[in-house]
Design a binder for this molecule. Structure first.
Ligand code: 5GP
Length: 211
């Protein structure tokens, strides 16, 4: 579990091409750190086997999603692989106000838009160790039809080009090591001096000489 002296909200964005392994990574981190929150996105893509509405995603119709865009409910939204995906603004703002650490799994467009809005968000790109691993992971999952898989592989290769735009890069060659590395980034981010209010330590130490 990551210890914190000061509770300042933190947005941790994990992006990777499909098959990069970020879902397994954030699930392990949530297991290790039950006080962290996960931002459940909305999507119009069909539910996969094992997914739970409200937990994996909020599954919406296209009409409902568009209505929510109009209502300004999303901090960011994007069309990914032909489906809408969006992050709820109210969830993020409430979590930050409560000083929570929030993990988010969003694509490269979404990450860019979110950083524009929340300047202190921390973005981490998870990259598979090789083309062969990426392809194997994508095809092993086999949750989509062949056409969707081909599309995902093509998109994944395009997305990998985005890595230099991220603050951190984690190569996911082993789940255990990748989880450790992402947790190390989160730890470092919680230790930043800028997380503390002005005069925080002065107040703790200065003027106590005669106590
Ligand atoms: P999947 O359908 O495999 O769960 O996710 C497909 C892609 O959509 C992934 O790259 C994932 O990171 C991205 N994604 C999931 N939720 C969001 C979101 O709220 N906003 C954006 N921009 N992308 C998302």
């Amino acid at each position: 579990m990551i210890e914190r002296n000061i509770r300042k909200g933190l947005l941790i964005i994990l992006s990777s091409p499909s098959g990069g392994g970020k879902t397994s990574i954030y699930k392990k981190i949530l297991e290790h750190n039950p006080e962290f929150l996960y931002s459940v996105s909305a999507t119009t893509r069909p539910k996969r086997v094992g997914e739970i509405d409200g937990k994996s995603y909020h599954f919406l119709s296209v009409d409902e999603f568009r209505r929510q865009i109009e209502e300004g409910k999303f901090a960011e939204w994007a069309l990914v692989y032909g489906h809408y995906y969006g992050t709820y603004r109210s969830f993020i703002d409430r979590a930050l106000a409560e000083g929570k650490i929030v993990l988010m799994d969003i694509d490269t467009q979404g990450a860019k838009n979110l950083i524009g809005l929340y300047k202190e968000a921390v973005d981490i790109f998870i990259i598979p160790p090789s083309y062969e691993t990426l392809k194997k992971r994508l095809y092993k999952r086999d949750t989509d039809d062949r056409y969707a898989l081909k599309l995902r592989l093509e998109e994944a290769l395009k997305e990998i080009n985005e890595w230099p735009n991220y603050k951190y890069v984690v190569i996911n060659d082993s789940l255990r090591k990748a989880v450790k590395k992402v947790e190390a980034v989160i730890t470092a981010e919680t230790l930043k001096s800028s997380n503390y209010p002005k005069n925080y330590f002065q107040k703790l130490f200065v003027g106590k000489e005669n106590d």
